[in-house]
Design a protein around this ligand. Structure first.
Ligand SMILES: *Cc1c(COP(=O)(O)O)cnc(C)c1O
Length: 414
């Protein structure tokens, strides 16, 4: 975790006890650490100094405006995948020259709005999208800066739902087709080839597939430059894995950086990295309060007020999040299955969690919940979505109010 620690029997976010946040704001609540976020961003920025670079934070990991603003203030760019995300980065007055647009299903409206906003780069994923982009840009008498997202056909060795770099997935185009698209774009007035792009998956815990994929991108980049294309960006995507549980072994940041930079040696380019999870995942927790303790054979269920609608990762990816009590109680530890209130068997937050003296009303912290937590939250079971809190030093503020029951039917009619 970044910015969180256990001291004197309590869990803290910087200088704020998580118990105080739960008491003032209620539960379930996401809590983020400013320091955790900023330290990670700056460490990555420093690690990349040897090479011109753009850190384009992947907005879909966590799109709260306060966090986007924090990133923008640090100098981050953004990787967006929708009109909504474009609107969000505009709302925080991000520099559009540092925004790249990814995604396999961009609509004409999305492309056109992004053209008008003069973003840095369109990461194009199909011939059809490239044709559409050309037509829209010509209508605006513009040249759309684009990169083709290459599918390098490598196995990212991650959960099957998180792998995007193999041939069978919908993402990107094979290298040979990419070459044909670059060649075709030469004759098109609305297009300007400006980069090469790839992203092979998320929560990668090995770097060999990444290095191989970047090698493929670099070869294509060199051959296009040799053919006279004036490319500027080599976008290697995101997907860097984090540790979700204590003792879990994941590559260090420097290992990821080396895997990216090694194949690019000697190449004059701005390397674009699109980390989402790596920046925010370990800078956030989800607080939940125990509603009931229910014995079950040798074990017991701790039924909390956060469920799969608040944090989908365990149900969707079989993700294993560490869970701790925010205030330690004396007594012998026993094992609990921490579950939510949702009417689904998959609504398990964590298994085999060891807690001592657990009582109704205790507050638990579900760790490493900063990425793909709130951004994937839904209203399933008509549950208002959680509040979000940002800690800075000894202070905290609500950066998103808890949704109200009335807001659940906004836009509906009787
Ligand atoms: C989701 C996504 C990312 C970010 O992935 P992380 O695993 O959060 O780093 C980056 N680039 C693209 C194209 C993505 O779809």
């Amino acid at each position: 975790m970044s910015g969180f620690s256990a001291r004197r029997g309590l869990w803290w976010a910087e200088q704020v006890p998580l118990l105080s946040v739960a008491e003032f704001v209620g539960t379930p609540t996401y809590v983020y650490s400013t320091q955790g976020l900023v330290e990670r961003y700056q460490a990555l920025d420093r690690a990349l100094v040897s090479c011109p670079h753009l850190i384009a934070y992947s907005v879909k990991a966590n799109s709260n405006l306060a966090l986007l603003k924090l990133m923008a203030e640090q100098g981050a760019g953004f990787d967006i995948v929708s009109l909504g995300e474009l609107a969000r980065v505009r709302k925080v007055r991000a520099d559009m020259r540092r925004v790249v647009f990814s995604g396999v299903g961009k609509t004409a409206e999305e492309l056109d709005v992004a053209l008008a906003a003069k973003i840095a780069l369109f990461n194009v994923e199909s011939a059809s999208e490239l044709v559409m982009l050309d037509a829209l840009a010509r209508r605006r008498k513009m040249k759309a800066p684009f990169a083709i997202r290459v599918n390098p056909d490598v196995d990212a060795r991650t959960h099957r739902h998180l792998a995007t770099g193999s041939r069978e997935t919908k993402f990107g185009v094979p290298v040979t087709e990419a070459k044909a698209l670059y060649a075709w774009s030469r004759g098109m007035k609305g297009l300007r080839a400006l980069g090469v792009d790839g992203h092979i998956g998320s929560q990668m815990t090995r770097v060999a597939p990444l290095e191989r994929a970047v090698g493929t991108l670099a070869r294509l980049y060199r051959s296009l430059c040799a053919d006279g294309f004036g490319l500027e960006y080599l976008d290697v995507g995101g997907g860097w894995g984090i540790d979700y549980q204590q003792g879990e072994r994941v590559p260090t940041m420097q290992t990821f950086v080396d895997a990216v930079l090694k194949p690019l040696r000697g190449l004059a380019t701005t390397v674009v990295v699109e980390p989402g999870r790596w920046l925010v995942g370990n800078a956030g927790v989800l607080l939940a309060r125990v509603q009931h303790v229910k014995p079950s054979g040798q074990s017991a269920f701790a039924i909390v007020d956060a469920g799969m609608n608040d944090l989908l990762r365990p149900a969707l990816y079989q993700a294993k999040h560490a869970v701790t009590a925010v205030a330690r109680r004396p007594g012998r530890a026993r094992e609990y299955t921490v579950v939510g209130p949702i009417c689904e068997t998959a609504d398990v937050m964590a298994k085999a969690v060891r807690l001592s003296g657990l009582q109704q009303g205790d507050v638990l912290a579900i760790h490493s919940a900063g990425a793909y937590g709130m951004s994937m939250a839904s209203n399933y079971n008509s549950r208002p979505r959680p509040a979000e809190v940002l800690v800075e030093g000894g202070r905290f503020r609500v950066i998103r109010e808890r949704e109200t029951v009335e807001q659940l039917w906004r836009g509906e009619t009787l």
